[in-house]
Design a binder for this molecule. Sequence first.
Ligand code: NAX
Length: 328
Amino acid sequence: TRTPVNVTVTGAAGQIGYALLFRIASGHLLGADVPVNLRLLEIPQGLKAAEGTAMELDDCAFPLLRDITITDQPSVAFDGANVALLVGARPRTAGMERGDLLSANGGIFGPQGKAINDHAADDIKVLVVGNPANTNALIAQRNAPDVPAERFTAMTRLDHNRAVAQLAKKLGVTVNDIQRLTIWGNHSATQYPDIFQALVNGKNAAEAVNDEAWLADTFIPTVAKRGAAIIEARGASSAASAANAAIDHVYTWVNGTAEGDWTSMGIVSDGSYGVEPGIISSFPVTTKDGEFEIVQGLEISDFSRARIDASVAELVEERDAVQALGLI
Ligand code: NAX
């Protein structure tokens, strides 16, 4: 039998945590044959609710779930962690300036990065979900100098999945017919969902759509503002779909992309496609054996270039802001 994989989830008592933990425990994160130990990190006020969730996890009698630890200590939560899902973050509240938001999150992701550096397993893989996800991931990564930078990633898979679904609807096909879609840049309203490289049943998707007005005025804003539309409709932010995307992100990272396809991940830029090196930006990536590679050699049109540059500029501003605050 396999050794259980240690999976740490922060913000475990939140709404994404509630949608995520049961799927991890039932084998969807890593595979149906991989046992898991869950390490739940919460702030003191969240511990009791996390205990309630742990009771429910027990009550599922999941065959793959070995052990659950609940703690408010990062050093305990990340001890021996193989996979860490950083979901808990400080949300923006009314009247909060960007600097306040970034420093509040620096106070969370700095220490968590350090705890990962000092306590996690050598093969640690980190996914940051908590917003601002790219910059929180950057803060954690810079506070973990002994961990290879490529182990820190930010989630744009929800944006990717949203874009696939919208494109499939427009073309009257199923999501299974769509490949090679890319989210570039920041997980924010400036993100750029790119269909120029995408395929629909093997044919170029942009040509199949053949409607630049739809692209610019409907598709891109619908994907970029989907989070706000969900809040408006549901009265709460995306939770099950965000949890699903986190599952997809890690599963794909560990188990590989399908032949001929790719996915979108926020990763440390190596300067590919003119993206400022060192920032955490979303790229098209293929994955294999637990490693990813940026898809190279794609032709970037002027339409795409302007949008990628705008989102990257926002990330550079966020990087400069956290640098000025001394968080990285
Ligand atoms: P909730 O407010 O329901 O839950 C957050 C939980 O985190 C709370 O239980 C809180 O006690 C805990 N927490 C706060 N600080 C902590 C710390 N220092 N250590 C451990 N736990 C801590 O939020 P939820 O709806 O679950 O969303 C979580 C995060 O995901 C938010 O930052 C949200 O903006 C972000 N999202 C990111 C998405 C993405 O695509 N990257 C999409 C969905 C979501 O909006």
